[in-house]
Design a protein around this ligand. Structure first.
Ligand code: HXC
Length: 514
């Protein structure tokens, strides 16, 4: 027995060193952690149980039969985050550059399959040179096996990808199918084709960082949902995100204890928005006042900033916040904001996360750029996502709710459960100036003093329409509330909605405009 145990211990030691001390040193020199160090930092101490530690590849081509490293470039298993189970794989760049072989893919698929059976989230830590070149189509097949599982797991368990090194070629499509992508500045890169190929094909000269670095994907492409300066910070924030989420679609998110015997009136809310309705303000100030402990985990913070999305808690319950941001482009809805909002709404709906919508939107962004690039079909995504969602849905109209955007932003008509409005709400087909210029075109042009006439009809229109009471008369607004009451009202609404059941007609699947 002693000898057998010693042999096992020796094998384990070998596996822990993987590519060897020199490769580990090189990894650290690049400012990167190893696959195992990352797991250690991510999960609760001592909870990681590894599977397939001794797997080796079976390739004989290119002399690979003489280069077998146990583990074969990926560490896989199960662990806990805040006491709750997850499945995890962590690509090991010290072994064949973390490249994906047939056996390496099998290891990943094994934990993914188990995660689906168990109903637990899958976290992938990516750091890989892509398909193992020596294995050819076997490694491509391995990727496809993973893509299929990512797709089948979508909406069943949360899937989170961290990009902590290279992620190139078709390999990007596994993270792309998952729910959230985390990147780290300077050391992680994602692209379908690298700078050299770009130069050959399009003659553009571009650096790795500019083409596919964290900042690029967080601001320009919207591929990355979260970016951080360091791997440690990134891993801590994956923990934070998981704490907001249920383990699978059948569960509700974990609830934090909440003391209802506290003052829920927030006087400060009466003072945030400016008297002049055309002046911008920062919607995040309102979000902070409405969420427990002012804690807000913003998603896509640097992308399409005219809409804000993220997670917080209301009386201990996780909610997904979708808010227009008047401080950026007046909070208008454009293509990127619509896509950003729609995907988030669908994630929340898939995982039983109630939606809190804060509305101040002048409408959809006009212009050829938007029209030619398809604001019609992209804007439809947000409308579709809100309409389809059956989770508890609460809307507060803070100020503007004009045009189609009024309908889209979780209006009563598309199954908003509680639709509140502040007395400052302006609900109409369009903003006053545009409206009177259309409906009083003749009167204005026939009048002697055009400016005087314009002002007269403008004031009339403002008095008539820029308020929430017409909508409230029709029951499209459930209650006009004083801003300071908002936290209390949304707490009551979400508590009441805990037992909400709503369904959509039976079908194979819907056909959201893509
Ligand atoms: C086999 C690979 C590898 C790969 C890297 N290595 N990528 N081995 N298959 N895909 C090995 C290297 O040979 C080297 O081995 C070790 O990993 C470290 O690589 P280096 O090049 O020394 O590291 P670095 O300078 O940091 O560069 C990293 C890199 C580069 C940018 C990732 O290795 C690279 O460009 N690799 C190829 C990337 C690529 O084109 N992959 C295919 C993408 S297409 P030794 O023994 O010297 O230490 C794809 C298709 C997926 O993945 C399809 C899905 C549909």
């Amino acid at each position: 027995m002693k000898k057998k145990i010693e042999q096992l211990e020796q094998l384990r030691e070998e596996a822990l060193l993987a590519g060897g001390k020199e490769k580990i040193h090189q990894q650290h020199q690049k400012g990167k952690l190893t696959a195992r160090e990352r797991i250690e930092l991510l999960v609760d101490e001592g909870t990681f149980s590894e599977v397939d530690m001794f797997v080796k590849h079976r390739t004989t081509e290119f002399g690979l039969d003489k280069q077998k490293i146990i583990g074969d470039g990926v560490v896989t298993g199960f662990a806990k985050i805040s006491g709750r189970d997850i499945a995890i794989f962590s690509q090991d760049f010290t072994v064949f550059g973390g490249s994906l072989s047939e056996t390496n893919a099998k290891k990943i698929c094994k934990v993914m399959d188990m995660a689906l059976k168990l109903g637990i989230p899958i976290v992938g830590l990516n750091d890989s040179g892509g398909a193992r070149i020596q294995e050819g189509v076997s490694s491509l097949g391995g990727y496809a096996d993973i893509f299929l599982r990512n797709t089948l797991a979508s909406g069943v368990v949360p899937q989170i990808s961290a990009i902590l090194g290279p992620c190139a070629g078709g390999a990007v499509y596994s993270p792309a199918i998952t729910d959230f992508i985390f990147m780290v500045k300077n050391t992680s890169h994602m692209f379908v084709t690298g700078p050299n190929v770009v130069k050959t094909v399009t003659h553009e000269e571009v650096s790795f960082e500019d083409l596919g670095g964290a900042e690029t994907h967080a601001t320009k492409s919207g591929v990355a949902h979260f970016i951080y300066d360091s791997e440690i910070e990134l891993l801590q924030n994956i923990r934070k995100l998981i704490d907001y989420l249920p383990l699978n679609w059948k569960e509700t998110p974990p609830e934090k204890e909440f003391d209802f015997n506290q003052n829920l009136i927030v006087e400060k809310l009466d003072e945030i928005i400016p008297d002049n309705p055309n002046k911008p303000y920062d919607m995040k100030l309102i979000i902070n006042e409405l969420l427990d402990e002012s804690e807000f985990l913003e998603v896509h913070e640097n992308y399409a900033q005219n809409i804000i999305i993220g997670f917080g808690r209301v009386a201990g319950q996780t909610v997904g916040v979708i808010a227009n941001q008047p401080a950026v482009l007046a909070g208008v809805l454009d293509i990127n904001a619509s896509i950003k909002g729609a995907r988030f709404v669908r994630f929340c709906d898939a995982f039983n996360i109630p939606l809190l919508v804060l509305e101040d939107v002048p409408g959809f962004l006009p212009g050829t750029e938007q029209e030619w690039n398809g604001i019609i079909r992209h804007g439809a995504k947000l409308l579709f996502a809100f309409s389809e969602a059956t989770v508890p849905k609460v809307t507060v109209i803070i100020r503007k709710a004009y045009g189609g955007a009024y309908d889209v932003m979780n209006s009563k008509h598309i199954r908003g459960d509680f639709n509140f409005a502040w007395p400052t709400a302006e609900i109409a087909v369009m903003g006053p100036k545009g409206a009177v210029e259309i409906i009083f075109k003749k009167e204005i042009s026939n009048s002697k003093n055009k400016e005087e006439k314009l002002n007269e009809v403008l004031n009339d229109y403002i008095e008539k329409f820029t308020n929430p009471y017409i909508a409230a008369e029709r029951g499209f607004i459930d209650e006009v509330i004083i801003p300071r009451e908002t936290r209390l009202k949304i707490i009551n609404a979400f508590q009441l909605l805990k037992t909400k059941v709503d369904t959509n007609p039976k079908k194979k699947h819907s056909n959201i405009p893509l």
